[in-house]
Design a binder for this molecule. Structure first.
Ligand code: GUN
Ligand code: ZN
Length: 446
């Protein structure tokens, strides 16, 4: 009987610890010639090839990736699949950008055929970029959620997604009501949360587009389903922050709007969180909430520099995960996103983002932030077999640069600064190859 077994051989990197807590280099595990054995979608064994090769039975196919670096699949903690076609829209900061480009784009998702086509293209692009898990915003239309989860379910990816809730300050064709938003979300939770690898996130767009009543209904859903996620936007843009203060005069801060509605919890993912004071950071720490750091988006919309070092203060560290925030973000590549996070770290303060920290924020750290660290984010026995195979020699320039690196560790920084989808040689989901870069060679043992 086939037990769906396969194996990857090659150098792999993963984490034994948090590189923001211990010296970054010592948090990283590098297995120079490793073997990863997979069975029924999970990793069963991993370690040095020399020690594990005897476990390879003749019927187990081994894919060998010489001169590559295998990582846990990359995680994108905040992305809007319906906005992919509006990427690279010119000339506006957040609020006029939403009005001019994003709302008209999202309105098209009333048509389920538009949603299905977009979900297919989005998933293909994610996998081409080595991303195997994402926290995804759909649109206000419940069919946009079905379209997305149906596509993810077909591939077998672990995805978090939800219907956007918006009951004010948006065009009529994009508004729900507090009651309708609640009912739709409840139905979608029943339909999708925990089905296969799919996970639901209650998704109020942001404080400007939801009434107090709608935010409270979102909180009520989370009370009923404590392992459902919550995602929204927080303190991204100064005009937005001023408007939220005007709309919620009784709240002491932007975060307090969400807190009063019961939305600040573990498994709550707040996009951006650029302009937060000490009190808000402390509240996020105490609640175990996550800030999604979206550097390409924050630069593209001129929103500001995320204060990563401040969020990692040892007395109240806040969970942070990297994110693209497409369509305000300018790439779906988590490598490209790491590059911009590095540049922002230099611009924003004194702590320079170490490459091990950058990879942590897109793998094990993101998994921990999402409370999924027992399933994804590291390469270890029992973990779900989601992997991406990085090629530090993928382009002539990368190869020229990598030739001057004297270790695998040293290759990570040029890879994240210069790398993109061209460096993703293959992506594996639940033990199956779901993407292969045909412009790069592959060799199969046995
Ligand atoms: N704030 C509210 N909605 C959005 C969105 O779609 N993108 C970004 N970047 N910020 C938002
Ligand atoms: Zn966003």
């Amino acid at each position: 009987i086939s037990k769906n077994r396969s194996a990857l051989r090659g150098c792999y990197v993963t984490f034994r610890d948090n590189p923001f807590r211990v010296p970054a280099q010592s948090a990283l595990v590098v297995e120079e010639d490793g073997l990863i054995l997979m069975e029924n979608g999970r990793i069963t064994q991993c370690g040095p090839y020399a020690e594990l090769a005897h476990l390879l039975q003749a019927d187990i196919p081994v894919t060998h990736y010489p001169n590559c670096i295998i990582s846990a699949g990359l995680i994108d903690a905040h992305v809007h699949y319906p906005q992919l076609s509006a990427i690279a829209s010119w000339g506006q900061q957040l609020l006029p950008w939403l009005e001019e480009y994003i709302f008209p784009t999202e309105a098209r998702f009333a048509d389920p055929a538009v949603a299905r086509a977009a979900a297919r293209i989005f998933m293909t692009e994610l996998l081409r970029n080595g991303t195997t898990t994402a926290a995804v915003y759909c649109t206000v239309h419940r069919q946009s959620v079905d379209a997305f989860f149906e596509e993810s379910q077909k591939i077998g990816t672990r995805m978090i997604a939800g219907k956007v809730l918006m009951d004010r300050n948006a065009p009529a064709n994009l508004r729900d009501t507090a009651a309708q938003g609640y009912d739709d979300s409840l139905n979608l939770i029943h339909r999708w949360h925990g089905k296969g690898r799919q996970l639901y996130a209650v998704t109020p767009r942001f404080a400007m587009t939801s009434t107090q009543e709608q935010l409270e209904q979102a909180g009520a859903l989370l009370d009923q389903f404590p392992d459902v996620f919550m995602q929204t936007h927080l303190s991204e843009n100064t005009d937005e922050i001023a408007e939220v203060a005007r709309l919620f005069p009784d709240c002491t801060s932007y975060l307090d709007v969400y807190d009063k509605a019961g939305l600040v919890r573990r498994r709550s993912v707040f996009g951006h969180g650029i302009h937060l004071d000490e009190e808000a950071l402390h509240r996020c720490h105490a609640a175990g909430s996550t800030l999604a750091h979206c550097p390409t988006s924050n630069l593209f919309l001129g929103s500001g520099f995320f204060p990563l070092a401040a969020t990692q203060s040892p007395d109240r560290p806040v969970h942070v995960a990297l994110a693209t925030d497409i369509g305000a973000g300018t790439t779906l590549s988590m490598l490209g996103t790491m590059a911009e996070a590095y540049k922002v770290s230099l611009a924003a303060g004194k702590e320079r983002l170490h490459p091990a920290q950058a990879f942590w924020l897109a793998t094990a750290g993101a998994a921990q932030a999402l409370n999924l660290e027992d399933r994804i984010g590291t390469i270890a026995p029992g973990m779900e077999a989601d992997l991406c195979v990085l090629d530090p020699y993928a382009t002539p320039l990368l190869a020229y640069r990598a030739a001057r690196c004297d270790s695998i560790e040293a290759q990570l920084f040029p890879l994240m600064i210069l790398g993109d989808d061209r460096c993703i040689r293959a992506t594996w989901v639940a033990g199956h190859e779901v993407h292969r870069n045909h412009s790069l060679p592959i060799s199969r043992d046995s």
